[in-house]
Write a protein that binds this ligand. Sequence first.
Ligand code: FMN
Length: 200
Amino acid sequence: MKRLALPEPRLAGKVTVEGALRERRSVRRFASEALTLDEIAQLLWSVQGVTGTGGERTTPSAGGLYPLQMYVAAARVEGLEEGVYRYRVDRHDLEPVAEGDVRIKLAAASHGVEWVDSAPVVLAIGGVVQRTAIKYGARARRYVYIEVGCAAENLYLQAQSLGLGGVLVGAFDDQEVSDILKLREGEEAMALMPVGRPRQ
Ligand SMILES: Cc1cc2nc3c(=O)[nH]c(=O)nc-3n(C[C@H](O)[C@H](O)[C@H](O)COP(=O)(O)O)c2cc1C
């Protein structure tokens, strides 16, 4: 597995924000078709892409401290070997973390739900509460959870705009998911989102 530069995001789409809001639904049944690297890049950019000259990102963050960290558990993505990857915001690339398809393990850690192991890719949102606590102390955990919500909605709307779908999964064993994705010290598993093409 190698580091992989991601394609640049597209800054225009065919679906309006209103259209995406109107049509968005959680999707739990996926076609077997692979996703493209362009789609993965676009989804990651929608959550944590750098859009400001001061390093500001697509998702708002309390105090601009950016405690979220995206991971990708890829199984069927054109041009991407199966495995777990860490999204590096500053370089817009993927750093390999673990080899192989981990979806079955992730599903087992999520009460065995089939949408986690049937999606071509599972995106994971990790959070470092300590990063926000430096400024906000005891309110940090609240802020990080709110940011996960903002990030997840960005993902939902971007997926909708690409003709993809997914579901935010909050029900899982934190430690197991953290071990499977090899989260770093201080990072906590906050949410999973299996994504794919909706099955008719
Ligand atoms: C914080 C949060 C946690 C959720 N956790 C799960 C989950 O563990 N499993 C699941 O199937 N759906 C989960 N969902 C998706 C909701 O069930 C879904 O959003 C809700 O039924 C409304 O449907 P819609 O998203 O299609 O509008 C979660 C949603 C949120 C906001």
